[in-house]
Design a protein around this ligand. Structure first.
Ligand SMILES: C[S@@+](CC[C@H](N)C(=O)[O-])C[C@H]1O[C@@H](n2cnc3c(N)ncnc32)[C@H](O)[C@@H]1O
Length: 263
């Protein structure tokens, strides 16, 4: 088994062979989308590529472990992933501010995040990812007086002061812009660096402190940064050594901030 809390340089398809079977709690997979001109994104058939990933990931996931696979709207179309993992939800990461405007078709305004688990998901920490209710108080009270809620049949769906389930359309988490404080460099905008909030929701929902999170396409280490802050263990793979250096500096900064906050 590989040492934890490290990013390994190389091709994840090879490196993952070093990971023990059924040892990982959560995989965050923000790999090729097959749409950009980046060398690493030149995938001829993204669906076949993703099916192979799903197969490989199912070996290392613990029973009940989760995979979040990022891509465009068609990234898992027409492939049969069912022998390997269970698809729990297709999450839409909605980005209304996309600049490109289609002329011949509707503009694509979202990324897909396919949420899978190996059998029934073992972890779903809803209370850690609740979002504010967007209903007015009057409407809220009216809903609570519905007989099925009062008599307990749907008691569990009653409004919760701590907030509601974020649902499967995530429009509340914005893409990074060149003004975002967390953006490491402008070259990383759009194709590389993801917002910490996005990864944080995934890590909080589908892992617990001490769990092992794998990011096979770890980029500049957003998943690692989130894991560090949330006390999860991490294993990362990345082909680009410059990105690994950025990741290591990012993690060191978090560690230093933590050390200083103890004084
Ligand atoms: C979309 S980026 C991931 C960004 C990451 N989520 C972040 O926020 O920093 C995909 C990354 O996968 C890396 N990559 C592509 N193919 C790879 C492979 N076969 N093995 C390891 N890394 C790979 C690329 O260099 C790129 O940094």
């Amino acid at each position: 088994m590989l040492e934890l809390n490290k990013v390994y340089q190389g091709d994840c398809l090879k490196l993952i062979e070093e990971i023990d079977s059924e040892s990982v709690d959560l995989i965050v997979c923000d790999g090729p989308y097959g749409v950009t001109t980046n060398e690493w994104d030149k995938v001829i058939d993204i669906q076949t590529y993703n099916l192979n990933l799903i197969k490989i990931f199912s070996r290392v996931l613990k029973p009940g472990g989760a995979l979040y696979l990022f891509g465009k709207d068609d990234c898992i179309d027409f492939i049969d992933y069912r022998p390997f993992l269970r698809l729990n939800r297709k999450i839409i990461w909605y980005q209304p501010s996309r600049l490109a405007q289609g002329r011949l078709n509707y503009t694509n305004n979202y990324d897909l995040i396919a949420y899978f688990s190996k059998g029934k998901a073992k972890t779903f920490n809803l209370d850690d990812i609740r979002v504010p209710q967007l209903v007015e108080l009057e409407h809220r009270l009216r809903c609570e007086k519905v007989p099925s809620v009062i008599n307990g049949q749907y008691g569990k769906t009653k409004f919760n002061d701590e907030g509601k389930n974020p649902g499967d359309v995530w429009g509340d988490i914005k893409q990074l812009t060149y003004k975002s404080k967390e953006l490491i460099s402008r070259d990383l905008l759009n194709t590389i660096q993801k917002p910490e909030k996005l990864i944080e929701r995934i890590v909080k929902a589908s892992s617990n402190p001490g769990d092992i999170v794998l990011d096979p396409f770890s980029g500049v280490g957003t998943t690692f940064a989130v894991c560090k802050k949330l006390n999860r263990n991490f294993i990362g793979f990345e082909i680009n050594p410059d990105y690994i250096q950025i990741t290591n500096e990012r993690i060191r900064k978090i560690e230093l901030e933590r050390e200083y906050s103890l004084f």
